[in-house]
Design a protein around this ligand. Sequence first.
Ligand SMILES: C[S@@+](CC[C@H](N)C(=O)[O-])C[C@H]1O[C@@H](n2cnc3c(N)ncnc32)[C@H](O)[C@@H]1O
Length: 386
Amino acid sequence: MEYQEMIIQLTELINNKQLISATISQPRANSDEVKRVKIKPIELKGIYHIQFEYQYERILKHENLQLELASEKLNHLLKQYRQVQAEFQEEKVHIQLSKKFKVLWKSDLVQSQKVVNLSHNRKKNYLLDEETAYPFLIRLGVQTPDGKVKKQKHDKFRQINRFVEFIDDALDYLPKDRPVRILDFGSGKSYLTFALYHYLHIEKGLDIRVTGLDLKKEVIEECQQIAIDLKYEHLEFLVGDINDYNEETSVDMVVTLHACDVATDMALARAVKWGAKVILSVPCCQHELNTQLNSPTLDLMLQHGLVKERFAALATDSIRAELLKLVGYEAQLLEFIDMEHTPKNILIRAYFTGKKTTSEEQVKYRAFVDFLQVKPFLENELKDYL
Ligand SMILES: C[S@@+](CC[C@H](N)C(=O)[O-])C[C@H]1O[C@@H](n2cnc3c(N)ncnc32)[C@H](O)[C@@H]1O
């Protein structure tokens, strides 16, 4: 097949909204900083877009383009890469390009059509699929013994899957040549801790050492028993307070899900001190700034208790993300799960890049906290790094 014909066929499939997902890889130039580009359709403000996710060695960048521009972008990219693997509604396509742009196009018809979920930041398929029986989900009561998701556990199943998506996205940031050390602070009933262990170790084959820590003795004992029963050898549960946990010197990934108030900050501070490459944190009940906020210009909002509470929570998370940036992380605030399921839906995702911050960013941060007249707990915890 000629190069131009390939472009026409691909563009046609994409323009007909057939795309489920694609990966463009094997850059022609070794020096190319973007190692892979993942592509999927998403809907933004009701308009069909194609999202390009550029995978650099340490960071991801996204670009959302409407169809016409997406085709141009694709044409441009295919001049720089040699492989495409794409899944469309009715076929799977593998394209290999030679040095001289000769095209090898292999296509397999797909039996079952998948429904594409175009919601932004959400993948179309669950990484843990609904038809498979997972021993940990059965044991945790999310699935029935024959592997059906229980009716009342659908939200939990979605939440677990959403979390696994974030774990999957973080894979490139985790070391592959030694055991990966992971801590889950405030692990509670540990649905997500077990999911993390299952996905990274059983599905992805990573050598991992996972610890779940929580204040609640009975819950921890129960989780430990489940880990033993499932023969999850490198998953342990400890009773303890995040604030007192100083056992580690180096950790690769720190997770906190709904750890209360400044317990989240404690965990973030420890993650930074341990040089964690990945931080995934869904905060909970942030009261800290609520009592400090004092900005006459904002009185119009802050006079309302409800608004003040929400504003304080959003300001807290923005400050957390900014502080992580100032100490060398690429940090984003992302939607964890739909608001309709829980108001605690912001996930702080941070990947360590070591990138130095500019003095301008530091000045911006200072201006913001001064404006709100707050002294964030996390700032104090990280003062040696700022
Ligand atoms: C809302 S639950 C969430 C549990 C679990 N991470 C999840 O998402 O299902 C919050 C958990 O954090 C624990 N927690 C809160 N503060 C803590 C602290 N300072 N140290 C250890 N655990 C803490 C609580 O005991 C509780 O189990």
